[in-house]
Design a protein around this ligand. Sequence first.
Ligand SMILES: Cc1cc2nc3c(=O)[nH]c(=O)nc-3n(C[C@H](O)[C@H](O)[C@H](O)COP(=O)(O)OP(=O)(O)OC[C@H]3O[C@@H](n4cnc5c(N)ncnc54)[C@H](O)[C@@H]3O)c2cc1C
Length: 389
Amino acid sequence: MKTYDIIVVGAGILGIAHAYHCLQAGLKVALFEKTDYPRAATARNFGQVVPSGFATKWQSYGRESLDIYKSIQKQMDISVRPGGSIYLASNAEELVLLQELWRINQDNHYNSELLTRSQCLEQFPGLQPSYVLGGLYFPEEVTVDPRQVGQRLIQYCIDRYDLDYYPHTLANEVSVTNGEVELVTNHKQQYKAQKLFLCSGNEFQLLFPELFQASDLQLVKLQMLAIHPPADLKIKSSILTGWTIRRYESFQECPSFRSIKTREDETAYHRQKGIHILFKQADDGSIILGDSHEYTPIQQPEALAFDTDHAINQFILSEAQKIFQLDRALIRESWQGYYCQSASDDIFNQTIDQHIHIVTGIGGKGMTASLGYAKQHIQQVLALNSPIL
Ligand SMILES: Cc1cc2nc3c(=O)[nH]c(=O)nc-3n(C[C@H](O)[C@H](O)[C@H](O)COP(=O)(O)OP(=O)(O)OC[C@H]3O[C@@H](n4cnc5c(N)ncnc54)[C@H](O)[C@@H]3O)c2cc1C
């Protein structure tokens, strides 16, 4: 039986982040993934690393993640691309929120710049003059390629820190005996460790069915699309627009947020389907567009239709055309992704028998905040257990 200091189950970004920080602490780590590489939420997202979208606590995890992504990128191309993020206001209310967020970020010492309408139009060719009234630009933020970044981070951990990676390996049983964790895989192999982090996304019902049934996790379905843009369109930054300003947590800390929200029409189609319009240009030139959000208790996944709702995709495209000149754009691909989030907390983190840590439910924050969150989580777990590890 092979023995490690730490076992991590699930090679999504949260599992990779936990493995990375344990390796950095000098521990011997094994990472188990049931598919070849991450193919769930971690491979299906936008890849916008946007601490600007989070309230203060998670913004600091996001800023820590930014530093880690950038420092790894200096050593190996893990697909981190500079360019910043811009929030575009389409009316006076959204403009007020941008100004208020700018002030909050001044106090938090997080760099951002207010842009006038003409600066936005000059810096973002293709933007519709009829849409934009002003912008708030975060120059330090980056994007990653979700189809690459997980694989490359795993490879980095193997090359640099001797991570043992077990793809195509399902964690079938986990238990604690005599103060050690035992893991049995679908290949009937057994492994031991001092601690196990279960970062299995939506799927821990197999290992802890009762806890899963009792949890307040919600399953969220998101629709995304990639389009062939007009040949000359280049979008250098992550673009976040008016409905995002009305949705993201960071803006909820703005003094005017509450009163602005009370004036919204909750029956509007975009509110019903949780739609806001985001853009990112991928390395191959295609524009990634999204997204919608539909929710169900995690115990009732069948409440979400398994097929793609084409009306949602058409709506996202037609709204995007009001923001950027995309008249001749054709949908190249569309897909859906799922993540889970806690209804009552900002993450789901439960410890079983002192040695098994279930960490999931990071919601829509994972690509931005996992590396920073896992850093403090590992420090906390290791500090509590310093005589053991
Ligand atoms: C469409 C979409 C857009 C998004 N956009 C952004 C964005 O721009 N910025 C941002 O910050 N966040 C974004 N997010 C959120 C982000 O993608 C998630 O927060 C993050 O990927 C969650 O990572 P995770 O590791 O918790 O879960 P997952 O990515 O679901 O990974 C869990 C892994 O565990 C494995 N697993 C499960 N059970 C077992 C088992 N028993 N044994 C072995 N392996 C197992 C699964 O195969 C999977 O690979 C987006 C999400 C979606 C869906």
